[in-house]
Design a protein around this ligand. Sequence first.
Ligand SMILES: Cc1ncc(COP(=O)(O)O)c(C=O)c1O
Length: 216
Amino acid sequence: YLQKVRDLATENNIILIFDECTSGFRETFGGLHKKYNVEPDIAIFAKALGNGYAISACIGRKKFMQAAQQTFISSTFWTERVGPTAALKTLEVMEREKSWQTITQIGSNISSQWQHLADKHDLSISTWGLPALSGYTFNSPNALSYKTLITQEMLKKGYLAANSVYACTEHKQELVDGYFEELDPIFATIKECEDGRDVSSLLEGPLCHSGFKRLN
Ligand SMILES: Cc1ncc(COP(=O)(O)O)c(C=O)c1O
């Protein structure tokens, strides 16, 4: 797919930009272009690059990067050094620890445990996403209610959880086991709802938004 997009962009003289804001450093030490061997003209990184600190980066072919010379970029905070310093350290640690491999393994494990839990309770779910950034959706008209219920009930147990996980190296097995232990009875309740119990009577607040859909 990406190679086709690359070919189309080249044929039509279109600049191809990979927005790796979220995917960057989750599959490779850098961007997905390293894994798929498809070169964009520009790629954008942020999030994992600073491990929580504010930083973003734009890389690209010289020809396109040089375009910045024909404009004037200013910013109140452009001498700010916390983000760039955090990013340099993060890059060093990521490279040393090979964090993308660890989080890919953790994420794959979590994803298969969701499926296992769903099977145990005879629930139908679809899992999605990169292994290190995976999620699941109930195949049910009540999917959004169930997602809301999970957040509501997991908060009571001390977990900030919806239906996705951005795996990090500190998601050790013990933590993941604790999460699944608490999720188990909620899946049991959801099964009751699939069998006729009214899920709206269990919700203590409004339904959650369905991601970016609210914006378009
Ligand atoms: C793929 C992607 N691009 C862009 C953004 C937003 O970037 P910014 O907040 O710098 O506009 C996000 C997440 O917030 C994202 O996941």
